[in-house]
Design a protein around this ligand. Structure first.
Ligand code: URA
Length: 235
């Protein structure tokens, strides 16, 4: 593949920055400076060093973000801060977007990628990718809510939710809810259908990938190979 494409796919340089960097000898292939950014390299067979750093090429990037409150799950918004603003410049250039949405006041696990087909696949209701949320409620959750959620709650607009699991804390003031779909405000509306109200909501797992407890709100890291496989295996 072309060197400039490789560098821009990885968010390391725009095409014109790649051209200038190559000209000034900052790109080495198998230890030799390549001055022309339109030259081809084989990242599987050749070693590539850019600005002193060894590069292992990946077509797609996957980031785990611990979303703070107050951010919109989007790449741009005319008024409000968006989750992609939390990423550093290198990742911002990779045109990552959030896989699915969390409300502005929902916190926790958000995956961002530039792999459109994969995002589409894992969000499709066909694939039943489980998402686990920790919530707290304004009042104790009523008796029997476990069965109601399991049998499928009907929302105020008549939508019949798929079966969901709810595991309550001993005081019934919150707990964990597992969904395999993702309708607008779904958990808030499910809890509202039981005449109660969600106070806080945090996603702690997506498709088996767990929110990394070492990430503070607003922090992120790349997915590990194992986590990427978990995502890709939701075929
Ligand atoms: N359900 C909600 O109500 N909000 C979210 O952000 C996610 C699930």
């Amino acid at each position: 593949m072309r060197i400039d494409k490789l560098l821009s796919d990885m968010g390391l340089a725009t095409r014109s920055e790649a051209r200038a960097a190559c000209k000034s000898g900052q790109l080495l292939v198998d230890g030799v400076a390549v001055r022309d950014s339109s030259s081809h390299v084989d990242p599987a067979k050749q070693s590539i060093t850019f600005r002193g750093r060894d590069i292992s090429y990946r077509r797609y990037t996957y980031v785990m973000l611990n979303k703070p409150e107050g951010y919109v799950s989007a790449t741009e918004d005319s008024k409000l801060p968006v989750v992609t603003e939390l990423l550093d410049g290198e990742l911002q250039r990779m045109e990552l977007f959030p896989v699915g949405r969390l409300d502005r006041d929902t916190t926790g696990l958000m995956i961002l990628t530039n792999n459109g087909p994969l995002a589409h696949r894992v969000l499709s209701p066909k694939h039943h990718v489980p998402k686990v949320y920790r919530f707290s409620a304004a009042e104790p959750m009523r008796e029997g809510v476990e069965e109601e959620f399991r049998d499928g709650v009907t929302l105020a607009d008549g939508y019949e939710c798929k079966s969901a699991e709810i595991l309550l804390d001993s005081d019934r003031m919150g707990g964990l809810i597992t969904l395999t779909e993702g309708k607008y405000h779904q958990i808030k509306r499910m809890v509202a259908s039981t005449h109660n109200r969600v106070v806080t909501l945090e996603r702690i797992s997506f498709g088996g990938i767990k929110l990394d407890a070492s990430l503070a709100r607003g922090e992120y890291r790349l997915l590990t190979d194992e986590e990427m496989e978990m995502l890709e295996n939701h075929q």
